[in-house]
Design a protein around this ligand. Sequence first.
Ligand code: CU
Length: 346
Amino acid sequence: MFKWLGIQAVVGLSVLVLLLSACSGENAESETDVSPDLEYSVERASAEEAPEVIPAHEGINHEPTPLDIERDGDDVYINMTAQITDIEIEDDYNYKAWTFNGEAPGPVVVVNEGDTIHFTLDNMDPSIPHSMDFHAVHTAPDKGYADVGPNEDGTFVYQASSPGVFMYHCGTDPVLSHIANGMHGVIIVQPDDGYPTDDEVDQEYVIIQNEWYKYNDLDNMTNEEPSQVVFSTKALHEDQPNTNGTVGALIDEPLEAKVGDKVRFYINNVGPNEISSFHVIGTMFDDVYIDGNPANHQEGMQTVGLPASGGAVVEFTVKEAGTYPFVTHQFEHVHKGAIGELIVTE
Ligand SMILES: [Cu+2]
Protein backbone atom coordinates (compact mmCIF):
# COMPACT_ATOMS: atom_id res chain seq x y z
CA MET A 1 0.00 0.00 0.00
CA PHE A 2 2.71 2.42 0.93
CA LYS A 3 4.77 1.31 -2.03
CA TRP A 4 1.78 2.26 -4.10
CA LEU A 5 1.49 5.54 -2.29
CA GLY A 6 5.14 6.36 -2.98
CA ILE A 7 4.96 5.64 -6.66
CA GLN A 8 1.56 7.25 -6.92
CA ALA A 9 2.89 10.38 -5.29
CA VAL A 10 5.86 10.65 -7.60
CA VAL A 11 4.00 9.79 -10.78
CA GLY A 12 0.97 11.79 -9.69
CA LEU A 13 3.01 14.88 -8.95
CA SER A 14 4.46 14.84 -12.45
CA VAL A 15 1.01 14.42 -13.92
CA LEU A 16 -0.24 17.32 -11.85
CA VAL A 17 2.58 19.55 -12.99
CA LEU A 18 1.75 18.67 -16.58
CA LEU A 19 -1.91 19.39 -15.94
CA LEU A 20 -1.17 22.70 -14.34
CA SER A 21 1.19 23.73 -17.07
CA ALA A 22 -1.23 22.65 -19.77
CA CYS A 23 -4.10 24.63 -18.30
CA SER A 24 -4.60 28.25 -17.59
CA GLY A 25 -5.99 29.92 -14.46
CA GLU A 26 -9.53 28.72 -13.69
CA ASN A 27 -9.21 25.50 -15.70
CA ALA A 28 -6.23 24.43 -13.66
CA GLU A 29 -8.32 24.41 -10.51
CA SER A 30 -10.90 22.00 -11.85
CA GLU A 31 -8.27 19.80 -13.50
CA THR A 32 -6.53 19.20 -10.18
CA ASP A 33 -9.74 17.59 -8.91
CA VAL A 34 -9.06 14.52 -11.05
CA SER A 35 -6.17 13.74 -8.72
CA PRO A 36 -7.81 13.88 -5.29
CA ASP A 37 -4.84 12.27 -3.55
CA LEU A 38 -2.75 15.27 -4.45
CA GLU A 39 -5.18 18.06 -3.66
CA TYR A 40 -3.65 20.92 -1.86
CA SER A 41 -4.10 24.61 -2.12
CA VAL A 42 -0.54 25.39 -3.04
CA GLU A 43 0.37 26.14 -6.58
CA ARG A 44 3.33 23.94 -7.41
CA ALA A 45 6.47 25.41 -8.80
CA SER A 46 7.03 24.16 -12.31
CA ALA A 47 9.28 24.59 -15.26
CA GLU A 48 6.56 26.61 -16.98
CA GLU A 49 6.89 29.48 -14.55
CA ALA A 50 9.42 32.06 -15.56
CA PRO A 51 12.12 31.85 -12.91
CA GLU A 52 13.46 35.06 -11.48
CA VAL A 53 17.07 34.23 -12.19
CA ILE A 54 19.48 36.92 -11.12
CA PRO A 55 20.74 38.30 -14.45
CA ALA A 56 24.36 37.58 -13.50
CA HIS A 57 23.41 33.92 -12.91
CA GLU A 58 21.91 33.46 -16.36
CA GLY A 59 24.05 31.10 -18.37
CA ILE A 60 25.97 29.88 -15.30
CA ASN A 61 25.82 26.19 -14.46
CA HIS A 62 28.95 25.31 -12.48
CA GLU A 63 29.95 21.63 -12.51
CA PRO A 64 29.73 20.10 -9.02
CA THR A 65 32.99 20.44 -7.08
CA PRO A 66 34.15 17.44 -5.00
CA LEU A 67 34.47 18.18 -1.29
CA ASP A 68 38.08 18.97 -0.39
CA ILE A 69 38.84 17.91 3.19
CA GLU A 70 42.24 17.05 4.65
CA ARG A 71 43.37 16.17 8.13
CA ASP A 72 46.62 16.96 9.95
CA GLY A 73 46.31 15.62 13.49
CA ASP A 74 43.35 17.41 15.08
CA ASP A 75 43.40 20.13 12.44
CA VAL A 76 40.93 19.64 9.61
CA TYR A 77 41.18 21.74 6.46
CA ILE A 78 37.85 22.03 4.65
CA ASN A 79 37.55 23.83 1.33
CA MET A 80 34.08 24.37 -0.08
CA THR A 81 32.57 26.45 -2.86
CA ALA A 82 29.51 28.64 -3.17
CA GLN A 83 28.37 28.03 -6.73
CA ILE A 84 25.40 28.19 -9.09
CA THR A 85 24.35 24.77 -10.36
CA ASP A 86 21.22 23.49 -12.09
CA ILE A 87 19.41 20.78 -10.13
CA GLU A 88 16.46 18.88 -11.58
CA ILE A 89 14.28 18.82 -8.47
CA GLU A 90 11.41 17.16 -10.28
CA ASP A 91 11.08 15.65 -13.76
CA ASP A 92 11.81 18.36 -16.33
CA TYR A 93 12.00 21.08 -13.69
CA ASN A 94 15.47 22.54 -13.42
CA TYR A 95 16.19 24.83 -10.49
CA LYS A 96 19.23 27.10 -10.88
CA ALA A 97 20.22 26.44 -7.30
CA TRP A 98 22.55 28.43 -5.11
CA THR A 99 24.64 25.63 -3.66
CA PHE A 100 27.64 24.49 -1.71
CA ASN A 101 29.84 22.50 -4.12
CA GLY A 102 27.05 22.09 -6.68
CA GLU A 103 24.87 19.88 -4.49
CA ALA A 104 21.66 20.73 -2.63
CA PRO A 105 21.89 19.77 0.16
CA GLY A 106 25.65 20.26 0.05
CA PRO A 107 28.15 17.46 0.69
CA VAL A 108 28.15 15.85 4.13
CA VAL A 109 31.11 16.97 6.24
CA VAL A 110 32.40 14.58 8.92
CA VAL A 111 34.82 15.69 11.64
CA ASN A 112 35.71 14.51 15.16
CA GLU A 113 34.80 16.10 18.46
CA GLY A 114 37.68 18.34 19.47
CA ASP A 115 38.89 19.03 15.92
CA THR A 116 39.97 22.50 14.87
CA ILE A 117 38.26 23.37 11.60
CA HIS A 118 40.09 25.56 9.11
CA PHE A 119 37.30 26.38 6.71
CA THR A 120 37.74 28.16 3.39
CA LEU A 121 34.80 29.27 1.28
CA ASP A 122 35.55 29.92 -2.38
CA ASN A 123 32.67 32.07 -3.60
CA MET A 124 32.38 31.38 -7.33
CA ASP A 125 29.21 33.50 -7.56
CA PRO A 126 30.03 36.59 -9.64
CA SER A 127 27.23 38.71 -8.20
CA ILE A 128 26.35 38.18 -4.55
CA PRO A 129 28.13 37.34 -1.29
CA HIS A 130 27.71 34.03 0.50
CA SER A 131 28.86 32.64 3.84
CA MET A 132 28.94 29.54 5.99
CA ASP A 133 27.13 29.07 9.30
CA PHE A 134 28.15 25.73 10.84
CA HIS A 135 25.81 24.93 13.72
CA ALA A 136 28.59 22.66 15.00
CA VAL A 137 30.88 25.43 16.26
CA HIS A 138 31.04 28.28 18.75
CA THR A 139 32.02 31.56 17.12
CA ALA A 140 30.97 35.19 16.99
CA PRO A 141 28.69 35.08 13.94
CA ASP A 142 29.81 38.44 12.57
CA LYS A 143 33.34 37.06 12.42
CA GLY A 144 33.11 33.30 11.96
CA TYR A 145 30.12 33.41 9.61
CA ALA A 146 31.06 36.62 7.81
CA ASP A 147 30.13 37.21 4.18
CA VAL A 148 32.58 36.29 1.45
CA GLY A 149 32.26 38.63 -1.54
CA PRO A 150 31.62 37.60 -5.15
CA ASN A 151 34.63 35.89 -6.72
CA GLU A 152 36.50 36.03 -3.41
CA ASP A 153 37.46 33.49 -0.79
CA GLY A 154 37.51 33.65 2.98
CA THR A 155 39.04 31.43 5.66
CA PHE A 156 37.63 30.89 9.16
CA VAL A 157 38.94 28.87 12.10
CA TYR A 158 36.86 27.35 14.91
CA GLN A 159 36.55 24.27 17.13
CA ALA A 160 34.10 21.43 16.76
CA SER A 161 33.70 20.91 20.48
CA SER A 162 30.26 19.26 20.67
CA PRO A 163 29.27 15.98 19.06
CA GLY A 164 26.17 15.83 16.93
CA VAL A 165 24.37 15.91 13.60
CA PHE A 166 24.31 19.59 12.77
CA MET A 167 22.94 21.74 9.99
CA TYR A 168 25.12 24.08 8.03
CA HIS A 169 23.84 26.84 5.79
CA CYS A 170 24.64 30.11 4.13
CA GLY A 171 23.91 32.91 6.57
CA THR A 172 23.97 35.83 4.15
CA ASP A 173 21.02 38.21 4.17
CA PRO A 174 18.27 37.39 3.30
CA VAL A 175 19.06 34.06 4.91
CA LEU A 176 15.74 32.54 3.87
CA SER A 177 16.55 33.08 0.19
CA HIS A 178 20.00 31.56 0.53
CA ILE A 179 18.78 28.47 2.38
CA ALA A 180 15.64 27.93 0.31
CA ASN A 181 17.62 28.35 -2.93
CA GLY A 182 19.76 25.38 -1.87
CA MET A 183 22.56 26.51 0.46
CA HIS A 184 22.24 23.96 3.25
CA GLY A 185 23.78 20.69 4.37
CA VAL A 186 24.89 18.54 7.28
CA ILE A 187 28.06 18.35 9.35
CA ILE A 188 28.50 15.35 11.63
CA VAL A 189 30.78 15.76 14.63
CA GLN A 190 31.65 12.24 15.78
CA PRO A 191 31.63 11.85 19.56
CA ASP A 192 35.00 11.26 21.21
CA ASP A 193 33.76 8.13 22.96
CA GLY A 194 31.35 7.11 20.20
CA TYR A 195 27.74 6.11 20.80
CA PRO A 196 26.97 3.32 23.31
CA THR A 197 25.38 1.32 20.47
CA ASP A 198 28.25 1.65 17.96
CA ASP A 199 29.11 -2.06 18.11
CA GLU A 200 25.55 -3.11 17.23
CA VAL A 201 25.22 -1.07 14.03
CA ASP A 202 25.43 -2.89 10.67
CA GLN A 203 24.47 -0.15 8.20
CA GLU A 204 24.57 3.62 8.45
CA TYR A 205 23.19 6.29 6.16
CA VAL A 206 22.66 10.04 6.13
CA ILE A 207 19.16 11.32 5.37
CA ILE A 208 18.32 15.00 4.95
CA GLN A 209 14.92 16.64 4.55
CA ASN A 210 14.53 19.97 2.76
CA GLU A 211 11.85 22.06 1.05
CA TRP A 212 11.68 23.89 -2.23
CA TYR A 213 9.63 26.97 -3.08
CA LYS A 214 8.97 29.04 -6.17
CA TYR A 215 12.26 29.92 -7.75
CA ASN A 216 14.11 32.62 -5.85
CA ASP A 217 10.80 34.11 -4.70
CA LEU A 218 11.31 35.48 -1.19
CA ASP A 219 7.63 36.40 -0.88
CA ASN A 220 6.62 32.82 -1.70
CA MET A 221 9.27 31.41 0.64
CA THR A 222 8.00 33.69 3.40
CA ASN A 223 4.26 33.37 3.03
CA GLU A 224 3.40 30.16 1.21
CA GLU A 225 3.65 26.43 1.65
CA PRO A 226 6.57 24.59 0.06
CA SER A 227 5.99 23.21 -3.43
CA GLN A 228 8.27 20.20 -2.85
CA VAL A 229 9.39 18.51 0.38
CA VAL A 230 12.11 15.97 -0.26
CA PHE A 231 14.64 13.56 1.19
CA SER A 232 18.22 13.06 0.06
CA THR A 233 21.13 10.92 1.16
CA LYS A 234 24.82 11.72 1.24
CA ALA A 235 27.42 8.97 0.90
CA LEU A 236 29.22 8.20 4.16
CA HIS A 237 30.95 5.19 2.67
CA GLU A 238 32.06 4.13 -0.79
CA ASP A 239 29.34 2.68 -2.99
CA GLN A 240 26.57 4.43 -1.06
CA PRO A 241 24.19 6.62 -3.06
CA ASN A 242 24.74 10.39 -2.92
CA THR A 243 21.74 12.39 -4.10
CA ASN A 244 20.34 15.86 -4.24
CA GLY A 245 17.07 16.77 -2.57
CA THR A 246 14.82 15.86 -5.48
CA VAL A 247 11.37 14.30 -5.70
CA GLY A 248 11.75 10.51 -5.73
CA ALA A 249 15.52 10.52 -5.11
CA LEU A 250 15.38 7.78 -2.46
CA ILE A 251 12.84 5.72 -4.35
CA ASP A 252 14.99 5.76 -7.49
CA GLU A 253 18.06 5.01 -5.35
CA PRO A 254 16.74 3.19 -2.29
CA LEU A 255 18.89 2.40 0.72
CA GLU A 256 19.69 -1.23 1.51
CA ALA A 257 19.99 -3.57 4.49
CA LYS A 258 19.85 -7.26 5.36
CA VAL A 259 17.35 -9.03 7.60
CA GLY A 260 18.49 -8.70 11.21
CA ASP A 261 20.60 -5.60 10.58
CA LYS A 262 20.61 -2.74 13.01
CA VAL A 263 20.38 0.35 10.81
CA ARG A 264 21.52 3.80 11.84
CA PHE A 265 20.32 6.97 10.13
CA TYR A 266 21.98 10.31 10.75
CA ILE A 267 19.03 12.59 10.02
CA ASN A 268 18.64 16.33 9.77
CA ASN A 269 15.84 18.61 8.69
CA VAL A 270 17.42 21.62 7.01
CA GLY A 271 14.03 23.19 6.35
CA PRO A 272 14.15 26.10 5.95
CA ASN A 273 10.61 26.49 7.33
CA GLU A 274 8.87 23.20 8.13
CA ILE A 275 9.33 20.71 10.92
CA SER A 276 9.84 17.01 10.24
CA SER A 277 8.14 14.07 11.97
CA PHE A 278 10.60 11.40 10.93
CA HIS A 279 9.19 7.90 10.87
CA VAL A 280 10.18 4.55 9.36
CA ILE A 281 7.12 2.50 8.44
CA GLY A 282 7.20 -1.05 9.82
CA THR A 283 9.59 -0.59 12.71
CA MET A 284 10.37 1.64 15.65
CA PHE A 285 13.52 3.27 16.85
CA ASP A 286 15.34 1.19 19.50
CA ASP A 287 17.79 4.01 20.15
CA VAL A 288 17.65 7.70 19.39
CA TYR A 289 20.24 10.38 20.12
CA ILE A 290 18.55 13.74 19.80
CA ASP A 291 20.73 16.14 17.79
CA GLY A 292 23.22 13.29 17.60
CA ASN A 293 24.58 13.87 21.10
CA PRO A 294 25.15 10.58 22.99
CA ALA A 295 23.92 12.31 26.18
CA ASN A 296 20.45 12.69 24.64
CA HIS A 297 19.66 8.97 24.50
CA GLN A 298 16.03 7.91 24.11
CA GLU A 299 14.52 4.48 23.49
CA GLY A 300 11.46 3.00 21.81
CA MET A 301 10.35 6.00 19.78
CA GLN A 302 7.89 5.72 16.87
CA THR A 303 8.51 9.17 15.39
CA VAL A 304 11.28 11.68 15.96
CA GLY A 305 10.46 15.36 15.77
CA LEU A 306 13.05 17.48 14.02
CA PRO A 307 12.67 21.25 14.25
CA ALA A 308 14.04 23.23 11.35
CA SER A 309 17.81 22.63 11.58
CA GLY A 310 17.33 19.78 14.08
CA GLY A 311 19.17 16.49 13.78
CA ALA A 312 19.25 13.05 15.36
CA VAL A 313 20.83 9.65 15.19
CA VAL A 314 18.11 7.00 14.97
CA GLU A 315 18.67 3.25 15.11
CA PHE A 316 16.29 0.40 14.39
CA THR A 317 16.41 -3.30 13.59
CA VAL A 318 14.78 -4.77 10.49
CA LYS A 319 13.43 -8.22 11.27
CA GLU A 320 11.75 -9.18 8.02
CA ALA A 321 12.62 -8.86 4.32
CA GLY A 322 10.66 -6.21 2.44
CA THR A 323 10.40 -2.55 1.56
CA TYR A 324 10.37 -0.10 4.46
CA PRO A 325 9.33 3.41 3.43
CA PHE A 326 10.49 6.32 5.57
CA VAL A 327 8.53 9.54 5.67
CA THR A 328 7.82 12.64 7.59
CA HIS A 329 4.52 11.70 9.19
CA GLN A 330 3.03 15.01 8.09
CA PHE A 331 1.55 13.25 5.10
CA GLU A 332 0.83 16.42 3.17
CA HIS A 333 4.59 16.50 2.74
CA VAL A 334 4.73 12.88 1.59
CA HIS A 335 2.51 13.94 -1.30
CA LYS A 336 5.07 16.62 -2.11
CA GLY A 337 7.92 14.13 -2.28
CA ALA A 338 9.03 13.39 1.31
CA ILE A 339 9.31 9.63 1.08
CA GLY A 340 12.21 7.23 0.61
CA GLU A 341 12.71 3.49 0.81
CA LEU A 342 14.91 1.03 2.63
CA ILE A 343 15.00 -2.32 0.85
CA VAL A 344 15.67 -5.23 3.22
CA THR A 345 16.75 -8.55 1.74
CA GLU A 346 17.62 -11.99 3.16
CU1 CU B 1 24.46 32.27 0.11
